[in-house]
Design a binder for this molecule. Structure first.
Ligand SMILES: NC(=O)c1ccc[n+]([C@@H]2O[C@H](COP(=O)([O-])OP(=O)(O)OC[C@H]3O[C@@H](n4cnc5c(N)ncnc54)[C@H](OP(=O)(O)O)[C@@H]3O)[C@@H](O)[C@H]2O)c1
Length: 291
């Protein structure tokens, strides 16, 4: 395992979901954290400062906030249009340039599972470009590639019909969807940033559970004390072309080997979907037949 520099761990995206989980895990391990933020006066930035995080104003092209950092974590923000994916790749490569200028000893890029393949998903390809740029930068680099967030189930239509929980997704049943809770993106990234773990080949798919539609429905049903059923929707039910490409990719990715064991070696307490559900206090929607 490689020892990191002694300076604070720099985190880009600390006010967001994934970067926030990374900050939680780093602080939980007693590390010093420096958040690179667009607006140090924002409520979310100030909340970080209240927890002992150093704030550094970040501007594209300015490596100063990375000076003397022990390691650097960055993610790239959500991108849905061709313009946004271009911006995403531009921001990612600018962050790599800043890390090169500041000679950061280790960079962890929060990419996405599928960035390393011809997935047909534009915002995976943009992350693939950032990965390639980082690899040729000469910096010591590690890619973490998260799978679908368990938190995304908050946006998946789930209903209760006649006492049965019904989950619908545009994914054939029998396909094992790879997933991870935000918390474990944080725990895995923190272990790598602090030099407590390393991954062969400098990349790891961050997956902590892999379940079919029926198994996902069953996990939600068990949590709610209800029987459950899964209904696979056709891909044509997805109106957005990028989302359609993503679900097509999820089905293909299920046939690829999974890094579940590698993630458990880094974080033995990584959450299954059932663990995540227990942490959320999730409750089933009302049953119209019984209300
Ligand atoms: N949903 C999934 O299942 C899933 C799975 C794998 C990967 N991903 C990827 O995860 C990424 C999103 O991560 P997240 O959910 O952690 O993001 P998020 O919660 O929206 O946070 C975005 C962070 O980026 C910062 N930021 C800096 N420049 C920005 C800009 N120009 N536009 C927007 N934000 C900017 C924001 O800071 P301020 O706004 O405070 O300045 C914030 O800290 C996307 O690239 C997505 O493709 C998603």
């Amino acid at each position: 395992m490689t020892t990191q520099g002694t300076g604070p761990i720099a985190v880009f995206g600390a006010t967001g979901q994934q970067g926030g989980a990374v900050v939680d895990a780093l602080l939980g391990r007693g590390a010093r954290v420096r958040a690179l933020v667009r607006s140090p006066e924002s409520d979310r930035a100030r909340a970080l400062a209240d927890r002992g995080v150093e704030l550094a104003a970040f501007r594209i092209g300015d490596p100063a906030p990375l000076e003397a950092a022990g390691a650097f974590y960055f993610m790239t923000p959500e991108a849905n249009t061709p313009e946004e994916t271009e911006q995403e790749a531009g921001l990612g490569t600018a962050l790599v340039d800043a890390a090169v200028a500041a000679r950061v000893p280790h960079v962890v890029f929060n990419s996405v599972s599928g960035a390393e393949h011809d997935s047909g998903v534009a915002h995976f390809a943009s992350k693939g470009r950032v990965e390639a740029y980082l690899r040729q930068s000469g910096l010591r680099a590690t890619m973490i590639r998260p799978t679908a967030f368990m938190e995304s189930f908050a946006h998946v239509p789930m209903t209760v019909q006649d006492g049965v929980l019904v989950l619908k997704m545009p994914l054939p049943d029998g396909v094992g969807l790879k997933m991870v809770a935000l918390r474990d993106i944080g725990t895995v990234a923190a272990a790598l940033l602090l030099g407590a773990a390393d991954v062969p080949g400098g990349a790891v798919e961050v997956v902590t559970d892999q379940l079919t539609g029926s198994q996902i429905a069953a996990a939600f049903g068990a949590h709610a004390g209800l029987p459950a059923r899964y209904e696979a929707l056709p891909l044509s039910a997805v109106t957005d072309a990028e989302d359609r490409a993503m679900f097509r990719w999820f089905a293909l990715a299920a046939t690829h080997p999974s890094d579940l064991a590698a993630v458990r070696a880094i974080e033995p307490g990584a959450w299954t979907l059932a663990d995540w559900l227990r942490s959320t206090g999730w409750t089933a929607p009302a049953d119209p037949a019984r209300s």
